[in-house]
Ligand binder design. Structure first.
Ligand code: ZN
Ligand code: ZN
Length: 256
């Protein structure tokens, strides 16, 4: 049992509760996410106990995630969950395998698949021997998905390094401090750094060459932040970016 990972998941939930109070505009979505995170925590514990990282063997639990989405999700999510509920295990297995291959699915399905697969892939990530400090690529060394958010932190080896965080398994790996993962631009003049008044720890690194941005959580400014959780609470920045015509490198769990 990985106590560290378990504690991380528990901490993510308490961080979400903290952010809910701070961002009343996002309360509804964060309350729903809290339920999803709790579902994942329970599921993760069960899988860890069995040492199970093969998602095909946990399909029974897929239906309990659907039930959660039907009870508490938005209208569109509910509709998607209902139509998936009507499918048998084999059909679900096919859809998920397709999603893992294409790394794409319609927004609501994508949310459900990513939420379901995360505990498995996070167990897989625990035993990775990938060199996270020297990988420096745009895709996750564990699962091959793209990063939806990034963060800056100091470590013993690297000061102020920028890390990318995988949308599926949340693995973080070191990446270039100023490089656009989309077009490869490294010229600092072509980047714009944007943050909200009073919220300096969340920034958008916008590449003006291809109009793509990465959201960056600066853990040196707020060491209590959890990148993929704080990302969900700061959706107003993404809405603003979208209005400006900027596209996010990889959408987060919620499709923003
Ligand atoms: Zn990954
Ligand atoms: Zn670019």
């Amino acid at each position: 049992m990985s106590i560290v990972r378990l504690k991380e998941r528990e901490y993510s939930i308490s961080r979400l509760q903290h952010l809910k109070a701070k961002h009343p505009e996002a309360e509804e979505i964060l309350s729903f996410m809290e339920k999803v995170l709790r579902w994942q925590l329970d599921f993760y514990e069960k899988l860890e106990n069995k040492g199970e990282s093969n998602w095909r063997k946990g399909l029974k639990e897929f239906y309990s995630l659907l039930e959660l989405c039907i009870s508490y999700g938005s209208e569109t999510l509910r509709e998607t969950a209902q139509s998936l509920m009507a499918l048998g295990k084999e059909e679900i297995e096919k859809l998920i395998a397709e999603f893992l291959k294409e790394r794409w699915a319609p927004e609501e399905e994508r949310f459900i698949f990513l939420s379901f697969l995360n505990p498995f892939f996070s167990i897989m990530a625990e035993s990775t021997d990938a060199d996270l400090k020297n990988w420096l690529k745009e895709k996750c060394p564990v699962c091959g998905f793209r990063p939806s958010v990034s963060y800056i932190m100091d470590t013993e080896d690297v000061e102020g390094g920028r890390y990318l965080s995988c949308v599926l398994c949340n693995t973080g790996w070191l990446y270039y401090r100023t490089k656009c993962p989309k077009c490869g631009n490294v010229e600092d003049d072509h980047f714009e750094y944007i943050h909200e008044e009073g919220n300096r720890y969340v920034q958008l690194h916008v590449c003006k060459k291809c109009n793509t941005y990465l959201k960056v959580i600066d853990l040196r400014v707020d060491g209590l932040a959890v990148p993929h959780i704080d990302d969900l609470a700061t959706l107003s920045l993404d809405l603003w970016a979208r209005q400006q015509g900027f596209e996010r490198y990889e959408k987060n769990l919620l499709g923003l």
